[in-house]
Design a protein around this ligand. Structure first.
Ligand code: ADP
Ligand code: MG
Length: 685
C-alpha cells in the first residue's frame, strides 16, 4: 500500500477502499483521489457546540464526550429501538436510536466516545446521535461536519472517513497558481485561501464556516482562470485561421426618412432600429476579413435579430456564396424561411428539414439554406461562407471541428436572447465579439402580465372568451408543462395539453381550440401554425415547443399553466410570443405551487419586462442555474463559481496574465471538460 497519495492516485490504491466502494465510485465517475476530493460537500451540520451532560437543559444540537454505561435493545413488532446510558463527570444521559441494531455491537461498555445529536428536554434524551471514538481530530462530531449530495452514493460517514484518511497522506506540490497567489497582494475585501491543498482540506473539514467560503473562493478562482485561459486559447486559435471568404463591405444608406441597401433587393416594412443598423455594420465589417468571424448577436426577445441575420445572409448570397441559418426547431426554420422570403423577395432560400431534403438541384444557385440542427451535417456539401445559429442555447455544444467546410472555416454568427453579464462576457467569452440590440423596435408595448389566483380561473376564462369572440383574428396560446397527464403522485394535477384542450373546448364551445406539441409530425405542426396565423384557431394549447422565436403576429394572449415549473428565462421567452405586432398583449400565469417563494418569484416576473433585469434577479437568487438551465447548456459544468463573484473575477483578471501560456488547472474536471466553452457560447434562453 502507498504511504503517500497524489491527486492522480487511483482509488484502487487507497487504503480502506473495498470493491463495493470502488464500484459505486466508478459509477459516479470517481476514479482517482483527485476526483474524490474535488467532489465538495453540499452542506455542513454544525456539531461544534460541546457540552457537559449537566449543561443539557435546553433543546438543541450538542456534542458530548462521555463513557458508555449500558447498551440495550428492544423490539416492538417490526421496529427496534436501541438505548444507551452514557456518563461524564457531571451526570448521565440516555441516548436513543431507532432501527439501528449495529449500535449494540459497536458501542463498547466503559469506552469513551463523542456523541453528537439533538437533545430533547421533553424526552430528556438525545435522539439518533452520531458517535465516534476519540481521535487526534474528530471527523463526525464536535465540529462542522460535511454532508455530500454528489452522484457518489456512499454514506456520508464512510465518505468522511475515507476523505480524512486520504488527507493524511495526500501530498500536493504547491501549484503554479498557489505560488502566484502567495506572492500576490490579495484584495482585503476578499478572504481567500491561497493554497489549493489547504483549501481542499478546509472545504471538507472546516474549523469555522468562514474557512469554507475562503476555500471555495480558491477553487472558484482556479475555475474562472481555467475558463479564461481556454477562451484566450480559442481566441488565438480563431485569429490564426485565415481561410474565410472575404466579402466587400455591405453598402447601407441611412437617411432620416429611410434605410436602403443599394446592393440588395430588400423590402423592409419597418425602419431598422439604431442597434440593428450598428449590428449589421459590425457583422459586415467582420465579413470583409479572411479571418473567420466569430460573433455573438444578443438581443432581448422580440428585439429583431432575424432581420439582421436575413440582411447579412442576403449580402453573402448576393456575392455568389452560400449561407446557412440553423434554427432550434422545425417550426422556427419554416417561419424564418417565410419571413425572410417576404423581406428579401429575390433571395434564393432553400429549406432543409426532415421534409425538405437537400437535393443536388438545391445546390445549383447560391442560396440561403435554412434548417434545423441536422443542417450541420450538410455543411461539407453546402460549403457556406456564413453560418448563423439562431437561439444557440438550444443546441448544446457545437464543436468547431463540425464547422469545417472543406479547407475553409465559415464566418459564424450566433444569435441569442440570453443576456450575458458583462463580467462573463469579458472573461469566459472573451473569444467572441459581441453585437448587442439593446432597444426594442419602436411601438412594441410591454406584455401585461398577471399572476391569476386559482379561484379567479373561471373569471379569467370568461374574460378571454369575450376577447376572442369580439376579435376573431386574435389568437390565445395556452402553454402546459406536459403533453399527457402525468400519473406520478404530486404531478397528476399539473396541466397537460391533451386534457386541457378537451376541457377548454368543452368550456368554450363557440371557439376553435387546437393543440400543438412536439410529438406531432413536422407537416402537421406547420399546418397548425399556419392556421393559427390566419386566425382560424382561437385557442392553441401547446407546450414549450413554441418557446423560442415563434412569430405569430396575431397572438395577443398567453396563458401559462404551472408557471412555477418554468425558469424565469423560459417564461420571458414564452411571453415574447405575444404582442409581436406591437399590439396590446396579455400574459396570464397560473401557479401549481402554493409556496410563497414561488408566488413571489412569479409576481416579480409579472412586474418586470426587461430580460436583462430578470436574468440579474435569477442570478442573484440562485446562481446561474436557472438562467443557464441545467443540462443541455454546458454551463452545468461550472462547479465552483457563482456569476456574481465580481471581486473574484477582478482578481482573476489580475492573475491571468501572469500564468504561463500552457497553464492548465490541476482540478480534474476542469481539464477533461473542454465542452464548457468550445467555440460557441451555449446559453439558455
Ligand atoms: P427576436 O430578436 O426575438 O428573434 P424577431 O427577429 O423575431 O425577434 O423580431 C420580432 C418582431 O419584430 C418580428 O415580427 C419582426 O418583423 C419585428 N421587427 C424587427 N425589427 C423591427 C423594427 N426595426 N421595427 C419594427 N418591427 C421590427
Ligand atoms: Mg428569434
Amino acid at each position: 500500500m502507498l504511504n503517500q497519495y497524489t491527486l492522480t492516485t487511483p482509488l484502487t490504491s487507497v487504503r480502506g477502499v473495498g470493491p463495493t466502494i470502488l464500484k459505486q465510485a466508478s459509477q459516479a465517475g470517481i476514479n482517482t483521489v483527485g476526483d474524490l476530493v474535488f467532489d465538495l460537500p453540499s452542506r455542513y451540520v454544525d456539531r461544534s457546540q460541546q457540552a457537559k451532560i449537566y449543561q443539557l437543559t435546553q433543546d438543541g444540537t450538542f456534542t458530548i464526550l462521555a463513557q458508555v454505561v449500558s447498551v440495550t435493545g428492544q423490539r416492538y413488532g417490526r421496529k427496534t429501538q436501541q438505548k444507551a446510558v452514557v456518563a461524564d463527570d457531571t451526570g448521565k444521559v440516555t441516548l436513543r436510536w431507532f432501527n439501528s441494531p449495529f449500535v449494540l455491537g459497536s458501542l463498547k461498555i466503559n469506552q469513551t466516545y463523542y456523541f453528537s445529536g439533538k437533545y430533547s428536554t421533553q424526552y430528556r434524551s438525545m435522539t439518533q446521535p452520531t458517535y465516534e471514538p476519540v481521535r487526534p481530530t474528530q471527523i463526525h462530531t464536535g465540529r462542522l461536519v460535511p454532508f455530500y449530495a454528489g452522484l457518489f452514493d456512499l454514506a456520508d460517514g464512510s465518505k468522511r472517513r475515507l476523505l480524512s484518511q486520504i488527507f493524511k497522506l495526500l501530498q500536493v506540490e504547491p501549484t503554479h497558481l498557489d505560488l502566484l497567489l502567495k506572492k500576490h497582494t490579495l484584495p482585503a475585501e476578499l478572504e481567500i485561501e491561497p493554497n489549493l491543498i489547504e483549501a481542499l482540506k478546509k472545504v471538507h473539514f472546516p474549523d469555522q464556516s468562514q474557512q469554507v467560503t475562503a476555500a471555495r473562493y480558491r477553487l472558484a478562482l482556479e475555475e474562472i482562470l481555467s475558463l479564461m485561459s481556454r477562451a484566450k486559447k480559442l481566441k488565438l486559435e480563431w485569429q490564426k485561421l485565415n481561410s474565410a471568404k472575404s466579402l466587400p463591405f455591405l453598402e447601407m444608406t441611412v437617411t432620416p426618412s429611410e434605410i436602403t441597401f443599394p446592393q440588395l433587393n430588400i423590402d423592409l416594412p419597418f425602419r431598422l432600429t439604431p442597434d440593428q443598423i450598428t449590428s449589421i455594420k459590425e457583422i459586415s465589417h467582420d465579413l470583409t476579413l479572411t479571418q473567420p468571424m466569430n460573433r455573438l448577436l444578443v438581443g432581448d426577445v422580440g428585439s429583431g435579430k432575424t432581420v439582421v441575420a436575413g440582411i447579412v445572409a442576403a449580402h453573402v448570397v448576393k456575392q455568389g456564396l452560400n449561407a446557412c441559418l440553423i434554427a432550434p426547431t422545425q417550426i422556427l426554420a419554416d417561419q424564418h424561411a417565410q419571413s425572410l422570403a417576404q423581406i428579401c423577395p429575390q433571395l434564393s432560400i432553400q429549406l432543409v428539414t426532415a421534409r425538405h431534403k437537400l437535393t443536388p438541384d438545391k445546390l445549383q444557385a447560391p442560396s440561403l439554406f435554412i434548417g434545423t440542427h441536422a443542417l450541420i451535417n450538410k455543411l461539407t456539401q453546402i460549403k457556406p461562407a456564413l453560418v448563423i445559429f439562431d437561439e444557440q442555447h438550444k443546441f448544446g455544444v457545437i464543436q468547431r471541428s463540425q464547422l469545417k467546410v472543406g479547407a475553409d472555416t465559415p464566418h459564424v454568427l450566433t444569435m441569442s436572447a440570453t443576456p450575458i453579464p458583462r463580467s462573463l462576457m469579458m472573461t469566459i467569452f472573451a473569444h467572441l465579439k459581441v453585437s448587442q440590440i439593446k432597444t426594442m423596435p419602436e411601438g412594441s408595448l410591454p406584455t401585461q402580465t398577471w399572476l391569476i389566483p386559482e379561484r379567479k380561473r373561471t373569471d379569467q376564462l370568461v374574460w378571454l372568451d369575450k376577447q376572442l369572440t369580439q376579435n376573431p383574428q386574435a389568437l390565445a396560446m395556452v402553454v402546459c408543462p406536459f403533453i399527457e397527464p402525468s400519473k406520478a403522485p404530486g404531478l397528476d394535477k399539473i396541466k397537460s395539453v391533451t386534457l386541457t384542450t378537451a376541457e377548454l373546448q368543452k368550456a368554450l364551445p363557440n371557439l376553435k381550440v387546437a393543440m400543438l406539441h412536439g410529438r406531432f409530425k413536422a407537416e402537421d405542426q406547420a399546418k397548425i401554425i399556419a392556421q393559427a396565423g390566419k386566425g382560424q384557431i382561437d385557442l392553441l394549447v401547446t407546450t414549450t415547443v413554441v418557446e423560442v422565436g415563434l412569430d405569430l403576429p396575431n397572438a395577443d394572449f398567453l396563458i401559462i399553466e404551472a408557471a412555477d415549473r418554468f425558469g424565469l428565462a423560459s417564461l420571458h421567452q414564452l411571453r415574447g410570443r405575444v404582442g409581436r405586432r406591437g399590439q396590446d398583449s396579455f400574459c396570464f400565469l397560473f401557479s401549481a405551487s402554493t409556496s410563497s417563494e414561488s408566488k413571489k418569484r412569479l409576481a416579480e416576473f409579472a412586474k418586470i419586462n426587461d430580460g436583462q433585469k430578470l436574468a440579474e434577479l435569477d442570478l442573484g437568487r440562485r446562481g446561474a442555474g436557472d438562467l443557464f438551465g441545467t443540462r443541455q447548456h454546458g454551463f452545468d459544468q461550472i462547479r465552483f463559481f457563482g456569476w456574481t463573484d465580481h471581486d473574484l473575477i477582478g482578481l482573476a483578471q489580475q492573475i491571468e496574465p501572469q500564468l504561463p501560456a500552457d497553464w492548465q488547472s490541476i482540478i480534474p474536471d476542469l481539464q477533461s471538460n473542454p465542452n464548457v466553452l468550445d467555440d460557441q457560447p451555449v446559453a439558455a434562453n
